[in-house]
Structure formats: C-alpha cells, structure tokens
Design a protein around this ligand. Structure first.
Ligand code: PGA
Length: 253
C-alpha cells in the first residue's frame, strides 16, 4: 500500500528562535492536511524547541555522529538528537559529503548507529553535473545507496527513506525533468526491491530533493515512484513550505 507523501524541510544552517513561529504555522496548517506526512529538520540548536512547539509534524536532525557518547568535542550523537525530540535523521546529504569529506562508509556507520538509537533514517544520494554529463548518474547513485545502507535492516519500510538529490539541482533553481526524476526513482525502487524483497522494498519512500518550490512541486511529486520531497530553501517560510505540502495533498491517492 502506498504511504502518504512525506514532505521534509531541511533548514540547513538556518534558524534562530525567531523562526519558531514558522514551525508553529507549518504545524497548525499540517493538522488540516493529514493526507501528507510533514516534518522539519532544524539545526541541532532548535530541535528541542521545535519539538516543544509542534503537535502534528515530525522533527528530525540533519546529521549525527556515528559513535555513542564519548570524547568528541563539538559532535552530537544519535541518542542525543533522539533525546532532544528528533524521530529521524538525514544522513549523507551532499553538503556533508562535500563539506566534511563524508564517504559512503561513514554514512553507513552513522546509519547503523542512528537505527540502533531508535531513529528513522533518510539517506541522501545524488550525482554531480559531471557524472550526469557522462551519462553515469544511475550507476553512481545506485552505488552510493548500496554502500551507504546499513547491513541487516530488519524493517526497511519502517526505518528507511531515500532522498534522491542531484547535486546540481540543490539551491540552483534547476531541476531534472519529471521523466528524468521518474527514471532514477524507478532504478532506485528496483534496487530496494532487490535488497529488501517485494513488500518492504516497495514500501520504502523515495523523496526527490533539489530546488523543489510551490510552483514545480506538483510536477516533481507526480513523477514515477516519488514518495515526497526533501526541501531546502523553500522550507524556510511557512508560506512557501505549505505551498509544497498543499501540492502533495492534491496528488491522487
Ligand atoms: P534546495 O535544497 O531545496 O534549497 O535546493 C534541498 C536540499 O539540499 O535538501
């Protein structure tokens, strides 16, 4: 059975307490849009505050450290974000892969530790412009997913979400066509079915991310095998984020 669309706002390194009113507005409106699962991933500093503000929407983290509580100055463990109110964590975002040198094996160990702590995971993947120009995007993305997923995922459908985010589409206003998104998502679906079997593999949601806005959301969300969106810039105000949530609510069930 198809799950509700999942629309996740990734606030990245944005957000002070003055933005809690946006979270509140998103939450209130989402209470009337139960056909859509809505969540926000604020920076660590706001996880607990957003969690306290909202009733309906989910709250998640943008990253976590792979180790349990030990001597890692400046880092935050999976158990700590869970304690702050997060229910999920985004892992392997291209900004972490590029800006912090995270490779697939690092993402994999973070995923294992997040699941052990009781968090759901959103694993990000996506090719650069050069990889797409070379026509290698599909093998690149599938390779990234294979190498980033933890071994032994008991209940993939309940634990795992994949976010396909072509790097060249993030924050640029450029997006792939709905056909290209659908082709990539079908390839990811086939891999998930191969890894987790028909039932679980078919139920894992695959989000599209990269310049999703209210005016292109319906088209991108309507592409084949798209189960929602990971939204950066357009998640920073309730007005634009809710435009995307509303588009998701319009999708045929
Ligand atoms: P964007 O970011 O919507 O601003 O392109 C998406 C993301 O990086 O998750």
């Amino acid at each position: 059975m198809a799950e509700r669309p999942f629309i996740v706002g990734n606030w990245k390194m944005n957000g002070t307490r003055s933005m809690l009113s946006e979270a509140r507005a998103i939450d209130r409106a989402s209470q009337r849009l139960m056909k859509v699962e809505v969540a926000l991933a604020p920076p660590y500093t706001l996880i607990h505050a957003v969690h306290k503000e909202v009733e309906q929407i989910g709250v998640g983290a943008q990253d976590c450290h792979p180790a349990e509580g030990t001597a890692h100055t400046g880092d935050v463990s999976a158990a700590m974000v869970l304690d702050a109110g997060a229910k999920f964590v985004i892992l392997g975002h291209s900004e972490r892969r590029q800006g912090h040198g995270e490779d697939d094996s690092m993402v994999k160990s973070k995923a294992a530790s997040a699941i052990a702590a009781g968090l759901r995971i959103i694993i990000c993947c996506g090719e650069s412009e050069a990889v797409r120009d070379a026509g290698e995007e599909e093998s690149f993305v599938l390779g990234q997913i294979r190498a980033s997923l933890p071994d032994d995922l008991d209940n993939a459908a309940a634990t795992l979400t994949i976010a396909y985010e072509p790097i060249w589409a993030i924050g640029t206003g450029k997006t792939p066509s709905a056909e290209n998104v659908g082709a990539m998502h079908r390839a990811i679906r086939a891999l998930l079915v191969q890894l987790y079997g028909e039932e679980h593999g078919a139920a894992v949601r695959i989000l599209y991310g990269g310049s999703v806005k209210p005016d292109n959301a319906l088209e991108l969300l309507g592409a084949d095998e798209v189960g929602g969106a990971l939204v950066g810039g357009a998640s920073l105000t309730a007005e634009s984020f809710l435009g995307i949530v509303l588009a998701a609510a319009e999708l045929p069930e």
